[in-house]
Every structure is written in structure tokens, then in C-alpha cells.
Design a protein around this ligand. Structure first.
Ligand code: ADP
Ligand code: 5GP
Length: 228
């Protein structure tokens, strides 16, 4: 039988020539703990992972680009997409709607594309219920509540009122820490990034994701195969 070494283009450069199903790396944390920073570092350093761009009804922050950071949509557009079943998951966060569009991700996973998701615990639960085997759930914790407040203030993107609301919500978000596969404290940013990269590297090697392994091993086991 011919060996199925179908190359998934994004992984060929790694010498990883067996076909692999993509994974969904979910990064959640209380707002301000650093998931946007870690996502950006991963996207910059790892050509094999893409951002899943969510839809949101909130306004863009300075520097955010429509179609790259989010698809910024009206509430009417969002509601229509939700009704038409265009989201893999969606939730209300801070009084705004956020959702993950379905189409691109489903096709990409099959083709071996990895995606990173910056979504909250509600979205994480929904994705896990739908696509349990594709999901890798990582929760980032700040080193302390005081440091979380410092980061939210230092980011300079939110009013005092919004920061107070995010701090109020932080405790309830942290209470969902045990719904994740991995928990990483984001104290030193480089150390945190290193840990997230290690998680990703190990998860990519999971047997169930390496769909090209079955024909590869079968051929090795054949009576007149390489082991004979
Ligand atoms: P989130 O996406 O979780 O809301 P951000 O990534 O926007 O958080 O980070 C909030 C702020 O904290 C940003 O200004 C970011 O530069 C800063 N930050 C993130 N990680 C660290 C870290 N390990 N040490 C110090 N500052 C950090
Ligand atoms: P922000 O407005 O700071 O970008 O995001 C606010 C919160 O919404 C964060 O906790 C973020 O993880 C979450 N979020 C962003 N996109 C999505 C999404 O598509 N679905 C869900 N459930 N949460 C999201």
C-alpha cells in the first residue's frame, strides 16, 4: 500500500511530513493578564498558527484593524449571523457580543491549519462541547491582582470606569481556571511565552492529531515491509 505522506504545506518546513489535523489553541485569562500579548508573540514567531478572527459589536481600540484583530460588526449584523448559525460559539462579554465565525476554522483544521483563539470561558466551554478533540485550553493567570490592575491601567486603552468593570469581573473569570487543560502564570512575559510554545509543541505531537501515522505505521508492519 502506498504510504500517505500527504504534505500539509504549513508543516513541511518543520520536516513534519506526515499529515496532521490542526488544533485550536484557546488562550483565556482575566482581561489584562496578557493573552493578546502572548497571541501576538505566537503569531509573529510561529508561521504554522493563525488567528481566529472573532466578530464583535464593541468599537475598535486605537491601533486595532478591522478584519485582523476583530471583524467589527453592528448588533443587527451579529444577531443575523447568530440566527443563521454562522458562529461556532458566541457570548456576551462586558455588555457586547463576541463570536467565532465557523466557516474558515472548520475547513482549516481538516487541512492541518492550527488556530489561536482569544476567547472567554463561556466560548471555551462551547468550543469544547463541539470540537473536544481539537481543543487545547490554556488559562493565563496574572502574578497578583495588584499587577493585573497595573497592567490594565498601563495599557492605557480603557477609561477608569471600564478598568473598574474589568477588575470586578476578574475574580469570576479566575474562578473558571479549573476548566482548562493548562494554567500558566504570566509573570515574566518571555518565560510565559516559552511555556505556551512548549504546550503547543507537545500538543501537535499527540497521536490522535497525526492522521498520517496510520498508513505510515501500517506499511512498516506489513510482512514484506521495512521491518521484515
Ligand atoms: P489581555 O489581552 O489579557 O487583556 P494584554 O495582552 O492586552 O492583556 O496585556 C495587558 C497589558 O499588560 C499590556 O499593556 C501588556 O503590554 C502588559 N503585559 C502583558 N504581559 C505582561 C508581563 N508579563 N509583564 C508586564 N506587562 C505585561
Ligand atoms: P476585548 O474586548 O478585551 O478584546 O475582549 C473581551 C473579552 O472577550 C476577552 O475575555 C476575550 O477573550 C473575549 N472574546 C473575544 N473574542 C471572543 C469570541 O469570539 N468569543 C467569546 N466567547 N469571547 C471572546
Amino acid at each position: 500500500m502506498a504510504r500517505d505522506t500527504t504534505l500539509t504545506e504549513p508543516h513541511a518546513a518543520d520536516g513534519d511530513s506526515l499529515h496532521r489535523r490542526g488544533l485550536m489553541l484557546i488562550l483565556s485569562s482575566p482581561s489584562g493578564a496578557g493573552k493578546t500579548t502572548i497571541s501576538r508573540m505566537l503569531l509573529e514567531h510561529d508561521p504554522h498558527i493563525r488567528n481566529s478572527v472573532s466578530c464583535t459589536t464593541r468599537s475598535p481600540r486605537p491601533g486595532e484593524v478591522d478584519g485582523k484583530d476583530y471583524h467589527f460588526v453592528s448588533q443587527e449584523q451579529f444577531d443575523r449571523m447568530a440566527e443563521d448559525g454562522e458562529f461556532l460559539e458566541w457570548a456576551h462579554v462586558f455588555g457586547k457580543s463576541y463570536g467565532t465565525p465557523k466557516a474558515q476554522v472548520k475547513a482549516g483544521l481538516k487541512a492541518g491549519q492550527d488556530y489561536i483563539f482569544d476567547i472567554d470561558w463561556q466560548g471555551t466551554q462551547q468550543l469544547y462541547q463541539k470540537l473536544e478533540r481539537d481543543v487545547v485550553r490554556v488559562f493565563l493567570l496574572p502574578p497578583s491582582i495588584d499587577e493585573l490592575r497595573r497592567r490594565l491601567t498601563g495599557r492605557g486603552t480603557d477609561s477608569a470606569e471600564v478598568i473598574a468593570a474589568r477588575m470586578d469581573r476578574a475574580r469570576s473569570e479566575i474562578s473558571h481556571w479549573d476548566g482548562y487543560d493548562y494554567v500558566v502564570v504570566n509573570d515574566d512575559i518571555d518565560a510565559c511565552f516559552e511555556k505556551v510554545k512548549q504546550i503547543l509543541a507537545a500538543e501537535r505531537l499527540r497521536r490522535a492529531r497525526q492522521t498520517g501515522l496510520i498508513p505510515f505505521v501500517r506499511e512498516m508492519m506489513e510482512p514484506d515491509g521495512p521491518l521484515a
